[in-house]
Each structure stands twice: as C-alpha cells, then as structure tokens.
Design a protein around this ligand. Structure first.
Ligand code: ADP
Ligand code: MG
Ligand code: MG
Length: 970
C-alpha cells in the first residue's frame, strides 16, 4: 500500500500539518500544526486513518509494516524527551489517543500512562520523587487498559465497572471518602488487586511488556471506531464508516505532580457570547479527567494570572498564536507540569449562534478573515438565536432545581416565553385584552385559533410535528412554541392539562404560570424572566436605537455582506400589514405569498364568509361577498402601503370551505341564527362540505372555478386596493396567484376572470396598475406540464408543501409516526417537509423551470413553501436558477445568509473548472480575472438570466429601487 503511514511531531517540528486532517484526524493534525508554529506540545506521532482502513480490511488486524514504523517513531520520541520506553530508570510513558477527521467528543477511546509496569513504576516514583503519584498513575493505567483494551468495561447500565467495585471496597477498608486520600501503599495494593481481577476475567496475566501494551492499545483504539457509541454518533451525524480514526501516541505530561502542576480547558473567545476574552477553567494538581469528573470545582482561567503569572503569559501567547494561525476561535486542552505549559489539543470551538455572528464579524474587523469567509462561517440556522427572547439562565436553573420540569416536546419555535396557561384561543385573546401574558396550550391548533395564537406569548401542543399548524404559525409569527409534547393530556371541560410523572400526576390548571423553552423543547412550571432579543427590539419593536445595540449591529453587518453576494431575491410569506412591516425590517424585497384565507378570520370577516359558504344561490353568495369586498380591499391596501414599490403576490382562496365553518354545536346554532336558516339546513351544508380527504378536495383553483364570484370578488378587492394606493403615490406591484393548478385550462379559466376584473376596475377608476397573473406550482401534473401552464402564467411560485405532500403521497399533518420510523431506518435522510427532496420533488422543480422558461423565457420563478426558509433548500433554489425564495418573516435573515453562501460556494467551485482557460489568458490581473470567471460561471449556469431584465426589486434600502439586479457582485 502506498503512502506514509506514521507522522511524527515534537521539538518545534512536524511531518504532518493541518492539510492532512483527513489522514491524521483532527487531533493529530492539530498537534502537528501546533508543533510547527512553536506551541509547546509533548512529542509523539500519529498513525493514519489509512491504517485504520487497512486494519478493518484485514479483519481487525494491524498491517505487518506498522509495528516497525511505530518503533522507529517511538525512538524519536525517546530522543526528544530523553527517556526510554520501558526503561526502569527513566521511563517514557505515553498516551494512545483516538481522533477522526471530525471531532466525535468522548465517543472513542484513549489510554493514558501506558508503559507502566512493576519495574518502570519505580523509575517514575524516583523521577517524580513521589511514591504516591507513581502508584496512583499505575492503578489508573491498569484500570483504563483493562476497560478499553481488555474489554472489561461494563456493557449494560446495571453492571458496574469491576475496578470501581474494588476501589470502593478499598476506600471503605481504609475509612476514606475520596481517591485522593488513599496512601501509596493502598494504591500499590490496588494495582495487585486490579491485575488479579484481569487474570480472573480474561484468563491471561496483565501484559507487563511495554511494546505489547502499546500494540494492544493501538488496536483497541482502532476498534473503538466501531463501538456502539461511535456507531450511533456517526449515524446521527452522517459520518461515513470509511473515514476511520487515526491513532496518536504521545508522551505523557502530568498535571498532578504537585502545586505547580495542573490541567485545564479553554476557548480563545467566549463561546456563548463571542466576546473576545479568554474563556475557560483550570484545576491545580490534577489530570485531564479530573476536570470533567467534577469532584473538585475548577477555577476560572483569569485567576491563573495571580497564581502562575508566567504560565498565564505563555497561555495568552499561545491563544494569540492559535487564533492568528487558524483564523478561528479555538477550543484547547492544556496541562502544566511543574511550571511548564503543554497544549494537548486544539480544534475549532463550538459556539452559540450569538457567538458565531459576533466572532465572524469581529474577525473581519480585526482583519483576520475576509467578508466572504465570515459569511461562510455562520450556520444560517444560528441566526435564529439572535431573534429569540431568552430565559435568564439563573432563573431557569433555579426553577429546574426546584422540580419545575414538566415535560419535553419538539422545539418548534425557539426562544423563551412565560405566561399563564389558557386552553382556548378565545380565552387567549380575552386574557391578553385585559393585559395578561398567556401561553396557549392545546392538543393541536387549527386556523381558527390564529388570533388567539397571535395574542399568546407562545404555544404548546401535544400533537403534531415540526410542520404542524402550530409549528408553521410559530415560525411565521416568530413565536415560541413546543409541539408534539405527547406527555400532556388535556381536559378541555375541566380546563386542565395533566402530565404523568414518577412522583405522581401533575395537573396544571387554567391561569397557572408556565414557561416554555422553545429552543430546548422544555416545559417548566412557574414564571421565568425573559427579555426580547436586541435584534427584535431594534427592527420590529423599534424601541431601541441601533447605536446602543452592539449585537444588532453585528447581525446587520453580516447580513449586509450577505446581501452583496447573493443572487437570489428574498421575499416573505406575510398576510397582514404588521407582518409586512416586520418582513421589510428583516430584509424582504417583496411578499411571495399572501394567504387571503387568514384574513377571513379577522375582525368582522368570518361572519360574512360563513354566510357566503352557506348561501344556496349565486345571488345570496354575491350578497355575502359584497360585504367581504370592502374588508378585503382594506386588508390589501394596508399591505400595499406597507410594501411600497415591492412586489406582492396574493393567492386567491385556497383551503376547502369547511375549514371556515364553526366546529362546535354552539357555533352552528349561532350561524343558523345569524343567517336566518334552520339548524338542519346548516347541518346539511356542513355535511355536504365535509371532505374525506380535504387536501385533495374542493380547494384551490377548483373553488374559483366552481364559484367564479369568489375569484371575482378577490380580484376586485386587489385591483381596487391597488388603484387606491397607487392614487396615494405608491408604485404598487400586485401579482395574482392562482393556487393548485394541475391543468393549463384551469389557469386559463381563472386568468381570464382576473384580467376581466382588472380591466373593469381600471376603467372605473381611470387608472392602470401594472400587475402579473401567475400560478402556484404545487400539483405534480402542473410541474410536468409546465410548458403548457406557462402560456397563461407570468410567474410560477413553487408551493413545495403541497408538492411534497402529493409527490410522496403523505399528509404533512399526521406524518409524525411515519417520519420517525423512516428517518430512523434511513429511508429518508431528513424530513422532506423541512428540506427539499432533491431527487424527487427537486426533479419536478427542474422540469417545471425548464418547461416554463422554454415557453416564456422571462417567466419569474420563486418558491413560497416552508422550504424557502431552509438553508439547504435555499441552496437548491439557487442551483436551479430561481429568482427568489419566500419564507416566514423571521426566517428571512436565514434565507439571506443561505442564499449568499450558495452564491459563494458556486463561485468557489467555478474557478476550479475554468482555471486552465484563465491561466492561458494570463495577462489579466488576478482579481479581475477571478471576478470575470465568477460572473461567467453564474451566467453559464443560468442562461435565461443573462438575457432577462426583471422587475424584481432587490435591496431597496441600499440600491435605487427597481434597478434590475441579477448579477453577482462584480
Ligand atoms: P477525547 O478525544 O475524548 O477528548 P483525548 O485523547 O483528548 O480524548 O484524551 C482524554 C484526556 O486525556 C484529555 O483530558 C487529555 O488532555 C488527556 N491526555 C491525553 N494525552 C495526554 C498526554 N500525553 N499527557 C497528558 N494528558 C493527556
Ligand atoms: Mg480531548
Ligand atoms: Mg398549497
């Protein structure tokens, strides 16, 4: 087999480097890199992941040529440390450490203090002048070796570690509480007893020979790549089995050699806030594991200055070096042995969304990274953290400690909310109206509850998954929500909810205070303190000056950089003027989906709507619609005013009519009274409208075709509002969208109607307004016959919720059980309602894009399904050349960042392909050539785009409105 298999490091040099991360694992690469840049690291060597592959290929056996290599590398470590492996007078001890190319914290095994035996322990005692220290190291080694290498680690939860059992007995016999109180002779006894246990369990004596110990440990670490924990972790994180782990053998340093020794962990910046401060903790006179074991409380790192000023300076020096070198925040492990500092590990540190944004922006300001890098550094989803209200950490901790934990559900709307529990939407409104803060708790929610949901601080449901009604509304409204909290059972009559707990049932009554942590999915009793996020205060509540909102400024800066590089436009799904205003604050360049049905639940509208539905003649229906017209017109006018010159896509009525009818007996009676009909008549109509499969029923354009007067009224409301607002001097841009079109003739029918109404209204008002008529592509047939459909459509908006539903043939409202089973069995790698299914639904999208543009090259293309706010789906929309994505207002920042990342990734991929040609061109300055290449690549990928001038408004705040904006930054 080709390739170098062992890479040494130490003494300010290294054969490996960060570049070889895949071969050396993150840990091995980090140690090599640190050695290179002059950071003190105990010398050692790394055996590559290739050897791991060979090990498994040979049936879990080390390839023959590895051991001679190990001996040679070990000899070099001996030279660098001046010690001998197995030398009783001056023993070299090593650790044998695992490390894959991505960090898998604690999943694989590590053996420390290897090389100890009955002879070398004496040498260690002499070297350290501590009998106790030497025997303590030895007994730790035997136990660790027994567990990891000899397979004595307990497998079942009920079983106890055999070494722990012996240790406990010893402490009892000696009358002490802590390990550290055991004297040297007790530790010596422990070693003998541990070894006897090894002999008893494995039938073989404990291996005394250091090279045999080392070989066995290397094999064991390779084997740990395939242990149950690692397997589960790999599955969860999509880490392929072929990657394998590397093994690093490294000379030991001891943090437990007295008061001038210690160990610690640190981040080069605060991983919670991103603040540029050294953040971490250390323990004096302790080994690595002691920090984690939590027996002693570590000290914060800033206290090191007072105790060990010299070490503190060295550490600070290493911190600076590491950040400059890696150009990212690092997470480090270190040990101090008798006043000398060693770093044992470094890697990119995990951080909160808050910290991610702050660090990325700060590092640009500090000239450590470029703006493009900053954009790519932040996980789009992380921006959520900056928008959510937050629980005060202490307040939550105290409540939990007092037994306040109620239950756990799915974290559907991140953030924190406290309020008094109510069980009905109407109650939520009423309580809110008298100034109460409430949390709406229900088995599930429906469109009827929308106003109550709006009134609530957050909501909690027992039923439904991440795409249930409650979850969707949470994202749209930016509310805190927990859904699918199955432990809760509701008694609507008694107005209580109950959760079974080990200590007995807990019943929560209407009016009780609860708190929901929508980030963790935890329901907690009582009122916890929260505060709205700074970003929301500035942008939505507008009660905070950006000048004293440092976090907001970082957020805005990052997004402005993202806006400069993205090609996709972003729009919002918003139904009301206040949502429209929030959308603009979050950077919307238009509304991609205004659902008119939500308006019908508004003040004074549901009555006429129901009248319309129970009407028996067209005449009666028209009378009811006439009452709705002025109300709808006002809704649309409000949205047009809020959106100004930005496009607004309004969808005509979509859901089946029965959704608007009352659900309760009392409601039906009221409706009968209000419409002057008998209860029997109302019941008959309800019966008639009942659908076995509402998703596939009389809805969407089918309604508008059966009842043309509905579309007529809606079109009239849209165009009258548009004319009215245009008369106020606003340059309105309505786009009328017909839902659920599967056949070109359906659209032809509705298009004709809409255009006739438009012409009539324009004639009446003596004013014309530019508008578009288009359709939602959400029925597979509509996508497949897109070339036909496009004859009648000026735009397509992909309704990927329904399209996914119909392509898979599953209903998103009760998919929970299937979804879990399918994801667990890896039939679906992700929930297709969360991330677009590229192979299936995505293929339909490609077909529709291609067909649509064939018929109509300037067809405007967007997406308005929930996928529009999902980063990987946004990337897909970029790839297939859509013009914009539309998503919930609170997901707009995520979409903007994801769109920018997609553009940057495309650029990064493009020059590689084009490199030879530009190299030939030669003469051009590099930067210009690169930018020309980028533009070329973008245009090549989207030929339709280059020819087209579009009316899409991009970045209104920064660029002159309506400037055609299709190019990447030049
Ligand atoms: P993990 O990947 O689980 O963090 P590590 O290989 O980092 O495992 O090792 C576990 C612990 O042992 C860490 O606290 C580490 O600092 C310590 N350790 C590993 N190698 C040495 C060494 N050569 N000298 C001193 N401590 C070590
Ligand atoms: Mg570690
Ligand atoms: Mg739909």
């Amino acid at each position: 087999m080709a390739g170098k298999r062992i890479f040494s490091f130490g003494g300010g040099k290294a054969e490996g480097s960060q570049e070889l991360k895949n071969l050396l694992g993150g840990k091995g690469a980090g140690l090599a890199e640190m050695s290179r840049i002059g950071i003190p690291v105990p010398p050692g060597f790394t055996i590559t992941t290739d050897v791991c592959a060979a090990f498994y290929a040979a049936g879990r056996k080390l390839p023959k040529d590895v051991l001679p290599g190990v001996r040679a590398a070990l000899a070099q470590v001996e030279r660098l440390t001046g010690r001998g492996f197995g030398d009783p007078a001056n023993p070299l001890l090593v650790s044998v450490r695992s490390g894959a190319r991505v960090s898998m914290p604690g999943m694989m095994d590590t053996v420390l203090n290897l090389g100890l035996n009955d002879a070398t322990v004496e040498g260690l005692a002499a070297q350290s002048s501590s009998e106790r220290f030497a025997w303590d190291s030895y007994r730790r080694f035997v136990a660790m070796f027994g567990d990891v290498v000899l397979g004595m680690k307990p497998e079942k939860k009920e079983d106890r570690d055999p070494f722990e059992v012996i240790l406990e007995a010893k402490k009892r016999a000696r009358g002490v509480k802590f390990d550290s109180e055991l004297p040297a002779d007790a530790l010596r006894e422990l070693v003998a007893e541990f070894k006897a246990e090894v002999k008893r369990r494995t039938g073989a004596p404990f291996p005394e020979e250091p090279v045999a110990q080392l070989t066995a440990a290397i094999e064991a670490v390779f084997r740990s790549w395939d242990n149950d924990r690692a397997l589960a972790y790999r599955k969860l994180n999509g880490i392929p089995a072929e990657w394998g782990t590397a093994v690093t053998v490294q000379s030991m340093v001891f943090g437990n050699m007295g008061e001038d020794s210690g160990t610690g962990v640190a981040f080069t910046r605060d991983p919670a806030t991103g603040e540029d401060v050294f953040y971490g903790e250390f323990l004096v006179n302790a080994q690595g594991e002691d920090v984690v074991a939590g027996i002693r409380t570590p000290q914060p790192i800033h206290e090191m200055e007072a105790r060990w000023p010299d070490i503190a300076r060295q550490l600070e020096d290493a911190r600076g070096k590491l950040e400059r070198h890696y150009r990212d925040m690092q997470d480090i492990e270190f040990t101090v042995e008798r006043g000398r500092l060693y770093l044992l590990q470094c890697r990119s540190g995990k951080r909160t969304g808050l910290a991610a944004v702050r660090i990325a922006v700060d590092m640009v300001d500090e000239k450590i990274i470029s703006k493009d890098e900053a954009i790519l550094r932040v996980e789009p989803e992380a921006l959520n953290h900056l928008l959510r209200p937050i629980f005060d950490g202490r307040s939550k901790h105290d409540a939990m400690a007092k037994g306040g934990f109620v239950a756990k559900g799915l974290p559907a709307g991140p953030g924190a909310a406290s309020g008094r529990v109510v069980f009905f939407a109407q109650d939520a409104e009423a309580w809110r109206a008298r100034g109460e803060r409430v949390v709406l708790a229900r088995h599930e929610t429906s469109p009827e509850d929308i106003r109550g949901m709006n009134a609530a601080e957050g909501f909690l449901t027992a039923f439904g998954g991440m795409t249930s009604h409650a979850a969707l509304v949470a994202r749209q409204m930016g509310k805190v929500a927990i859904v699918g909290c199955g432990a809760l059972s509701f008694d609507y009559h008694a107005k209580t909810m109950t959760v079974a707990r080990a200590e007995g049932d807990l019943t929560i009554r209407e009016g009780d205070w609860i708190s929901i942590d929508g980030t963790a999915g935890e329901v907690i009793l009582g009122e916890l303190h929260t505060s709205p996020s700074e970003v929301v205060q500035v942008l939505v509540e507008k009660n905070r000056d950006p000048a004293d909102a440092p976090l907001y400024r970082k957020f805005a800066k990052l997004l402005s950089w993202a806006d400069d590089v993205r090609r996709l436009g972003v729009r919002a799904n918003a139904d009301q003027p206040d949502q429209a205003a929030a959308s603009i604050a979050f950077g919307a360049e238009g509304i991609g989906l205004c659902r008119t049905e939500h308006m019908f639940f508004g003040e004074g509208k549901i009555g006429p709507m129901r009248e319309m539905i129970v009407a028996e003649t067209e005449e009666e229906r028209r009378a009811a619609l006439a009452k709705l017209l002025p109300l709808q017109r006002e809704d649309f006018a409000g949205i047009f005013r809020a959106m100004g010159p930005r496009s607004v896509t309004i969808r005509t009525l979509d859901p089946p009519l029965h959704e608007f009818l009352p659900q309760t007996e009392r409601g039906l009676e009221e409706l009968a009274r209000a419409t002057g009909r008998t209860l029997e008549q109302i019941r008959a109509r309800v019966e008639e409208l009942h659908e076995t499969n509402p998703m596939l029923g009389d809805r969407g354009c089918r309604l508008g075709i059966s009842y043309p007067e509905i579309t007529e009224m809606q079109a009239r409301a849209i165009f009258e509002a548009a004319c009215d607002v245009a008369a106020e001097g606003v340059d309105v841009r309505p786009e009328v969208m017909i839902p659920l079109v599967g056949h070109a003739k359906e659209l032809a029918n509705q298009e004709k109607l809409v255009r006739e109404v438009a012409a009539a209204v324009f004639a009446e008002r003596g004013r014309k307004v530019k508008y578009l008529v288009g359709t939602m592509i959400e029925v597979p047939r509509g996508a497949i016959t897109a070339a036909e459909v496009a004859k009648h459509a000026e735009f397509f908006s992909f309704g990927t919720n329904d399209l996914t539903q119909m392509t898979f043939g599953v209903s998103r409202d009760d998919i929970g059980a299937v979804l879990n089973a399918y994801v667990a069995r890896e039939i679906w790698s992700v929930d297709p309602f969360v991330s677009i299914d590229r192979d299936g639904v995505g293929t339909l999208l490609r077909i529709a894009v291609e067909g649509g543009r064939r018929t109509r090259p300037n067809l405007k293309l967007g997406i308005c399904g929930e996928h529009g706010g999902d980063p990987s789906s946004v990337a897909f929309c970029h790839e297939i050349g859509l013009d914009y994505v539309s998503c919930s207002p609170y997901r707009l920042p995520i979409a903007r960042l994801a769109a920018a990342q997609a553009a940057l990734r495309e650029r990064a991929a493009a020059p590689a392909r084009k490199a030879p040609r530009s190299a030939r061109a030669g003469a051009k300055p590099r930067k210009a050539a690169a930018s020309a290449r980028r533009t070329k690549a973008v245009v090549a990928a989207h030929p339709a785009r280059a020819a087209r001038a579009s009316v899409e408004v991009r970045r209104p705040a920064r660029k002159a409105a309506r400037k055609p904006e299709r190019r990447p930054r030049a």
